[in-house]
Design a protein around this ligand. Structure first.
Ligand code: HEC
Length: 112
C-alpha cells in the first residue's frame, strides 16, 4: 500500500515537472536568459571583450555563427574568452537563447 502511494506521488511529481517544459518555449524566456547570462558581455548584441565578435548579423555571417546550431554550439562548449554554459544552462535553455540571439540579429537588435 505504501509503495503504491509512493508510485502515485512520484508520477504526480514527474507530471508537474514535465508540464513546466512547454511554458519555457517562449521567446520572452530567450530574452530573459540572454539578459541574465549573456548581456554582461554582449549588451545590445555587442561584445565588450572582442568587439569584432559581436552578435550582429554581419559578424555572425563572417564567423559562420549565423545558425541556431552554431550559436548553441559556442554557448554549450565556449570558445577562448567565452566560457562554456553546458553546466549552467539546460539544453532547452541553450536552444531558446540561441534562437533569441539569431532573431535579434535578423532584427538588427531593435527592441521588440
Ligand atoms: C564573459 C563574457 C561573455 C559572456 C558572458 C558570453 N560571451 Fe559570447 N563571446 C564572448 C567572447 C570573448 C567571444 C569571442 C570568442 C572568440 O574568440 O571567437 C564571444 C562570442 C560569441 C558568439 C560568436 C560571435 C561572433 O561574431 O563570432 C556568440 C554567438 C556568442 N558569444 C553568444 C553568447 C551567448 C548566447 C551568451 C550567453 C549564453 C554569451 N555569448 C555569453 C564573451 C562572452
Amino acid at each position: 500500500m505504501i509503495n503504491f502511494l509512493k508510485i502515485i506521488l512520484l508520477t504526480l511529481l514527474l507530471l508537474t515537472i514535465n508540464s513546466q517544459q512547454p511554458l519555457l518555449a517562449d521567446t520572452a524566456d530567450g530574452a530573459k536568459i540572454f539578459e541574465a547570462t549573456c548581456a554582461g558581455c554582449h549588451i545590445k548584441g555587442g561584445n565588450i571583450i572582442r568587439r569584432g565578435k559581436n552578435l550582429k548579423m554581419r559578424a555572425l555571417k563572417k564567423y559562420k555563427m549565423d545558425s541556431v546550431e552554431a550559436i548553441s554550439n559556442i554557448v554549450t562548449y565556449g570558445k577562448n574568452n567565452m566560457s562554456a554554459y553546458k553546466e549552467r544552462l539546460s539544453e532547452s535553455e541553450i536552444q531558446l537563447v540561441s534562437t533569441y540571439v539569431l532573431n535579434q540579429a535578423k532584427n538588427n537588435w531593435r527592441k521588440k
